[in-house]
Structures are given as C-alpha cells and as structure tokens.
Design a protein around this ligand. Structure first.
Ligand code: B12
Length: 166
C-alpha cells in the first residue's frame, strides 16, 4: 500500500481502507495466536502508543500483536497520545517499557519530549521506539532502544528485560 501510495497510484481513501482492513485482520488473528501465557517467565508491562499529533497506527498494532503473543502485558494507549498520558499509564501499570511509534518527521520529535517529561517526573523504565522515519541514530540520541519491525521489537523488548544496555 505504501509503495503504491508513493507512486501516486493509491490515494488517501485506499489508505484509510487498508488501515481498517489491517485492524480487522489483527482482530481475527489475535484470539488464534493465544495470549502467550505459556511463554517463558512473566514479562513486564509495556505501555505503547503513537505520539501526539500522529494518527498512523498500523505498524504499532503489529508490534502489539507480536509482543502480546510473546507474553508481554501490553497496554495500548492508541494514537495521538500525549506525554502526560504515556507517563500516567506507565506509572499506573508499573510498566518497564514505554514504547512509542511515529511515522512523520514532524511527530518523531515528540518522542524526545515524552522521554524528557517522563525522566523529569522520575520514571525509571526504558524506552523503545520505531516507525518508518525513525533511525537507530535518532533512538540513541534521545536515549531509546530502536527496532525496525514488529519481530525485532520482541527481541529488543526481551533484551531490555534482561537488562542489556543500548
Ligand atoms: C497508511 C498511511 C496513512 C493512513 C494511516 C492509517 C492508519 N490507521 O495507520 C492515513 C491515510 C490515515 C494517513 C494519514 C496521513 N499521512 Co500517512 N502514510 C501511510 C503510509 C502509506 C503507510 C504507513 C504504514 O502503515 N506502513 C505499514 C506499517 C506496517 O509500517 P510502519 O508503520 O513503518 O511500522 C513498522 C515499523 O516501522 C515498526 N514500528 C512502527 N511503530 C513502531 C513502534 C515501536 C515501539 C517499535 C519498536 C517498532 C515500530 O514496526 C512496524 C511493523 O513492522 C505511509 C507511507 C509509507 N510508505 O510508509 C504514509 C506517510 C507516513 N504518511 C504521511 C503523511 C504526510 C500523512 C498525512 C499528514 C497526510 C495528510 N496530508 O493528511 C496524514 C497524517 C495525519 C496525522 N496527523 O497523523 C507521510 C509522512 C511524511 C514524513 N516523512 O513526515 C508518509 C511517509 C507518506 C509520504 N510519502 O508522504 N497515512
């Protein structure tokens, strides 16, 4: 869909329809994949959302699907999530990881705002970020772990739990 959009063969209505189709597909897959209860030891909670000003959520939803399937307790805050909402949910659920998605160059900066705000308020967990515009360098720069896709997100989340450093 992304490639056809870039080539101007598809337009916004098709993209919105693809987003809906993806969501419906995930709703079908999720119960079939189980809840990951049998997988290894108990994993910490992960609070996840698309940052403020950004409504792209297809990639984030794939990351959630994979993390849940590997036994993580994922709290999905949805899209256009404020820094206050990220922090409040992380504290409420005692989350070990705040995970953020951003698909636009304009909204990726919000990730740093969330991290600065959470640190200022004393949150001691880790951060994991992703989305098409995010690079490993940017993640390092703002003090977050990076993952390029949903499968790698599971690997990175496991490494965070095992106390690996960036
Ligand atoms: C689908 C889409 C939309 C849909 C979104 C539907 C939905 N429910 O998400 C709709 C039509 C709503 C949309 C709207 C807009 N879009 Co749009 N959209 C796209 C498109 C075509 C595909 C994005 C996508 O879903 N990819 C598929 C998923 C699976 O990939 P992904 O998100 O990258 O996720 C993977 C990884 O990145 C990673 N990942 C993602 N999140 C996270 C999070 C964590 C924690 C981790 C670890 C990993 C991770 O894992 C995922 C799975 O492997 C892209 C173009 C492109 N080629 O990427 C443009 C694109 C992102 N959109 C763009 C723009 C500009 C907009 C609009 C502003 C357009 C407009 N003028 O209104 C609005 C934005 C409104 C807003 N405020 O957010 C631009 C952004 C440009 C930029 N660089 O800043 C792009 C790049 C298109 C372009 N070439 O111009 N869009």
């Amino acid at each position: 869909m992304g490639e056809l959009f870039d080539k101007k063969k598809y337009f916004l209505p098709q993209l919105i329809a693809s987003g809906e189709a993806m969501k419906n597909g995930i709703d079908v897959l999720e119960p079939l994949l189980g809840d990951g209860q049998n997988s290894e030891e108990e994993k910490p909670a992960v609070v996840i959302g698309t940052v403020a000003g950004d409504i792209h959520d297809i990639g984030k939803n794939l990351v959630i699907l994979m993390l849940k399937n590997y036994g993580f307790n994922v709290i999905d805050l949805g899209k256009d999530v404020s820094k206050e909402a990220f922090l409040n949910a992380a504290l409420e659920h005692k989350a070990g990881i705040i995970a953020m998605s951003a698909l636009m160059t304009t909204t990726m900066r919000e990730m740093k705002n969330v991290i600065d705000y959470a640190k200022e308020k004393g949150y001691g967990g880790e951060y994991m970020i992703g989305g098409a515009v995010i690079t490993p360098d940017y993640a390092r720069e703002i003090g977050a772990f990076y993952s390029a896709d949903a499968a790698e997100a599971v690997k990175v989340a496991k490494e965070i739990c095992e106390g690996e450093s960036r």
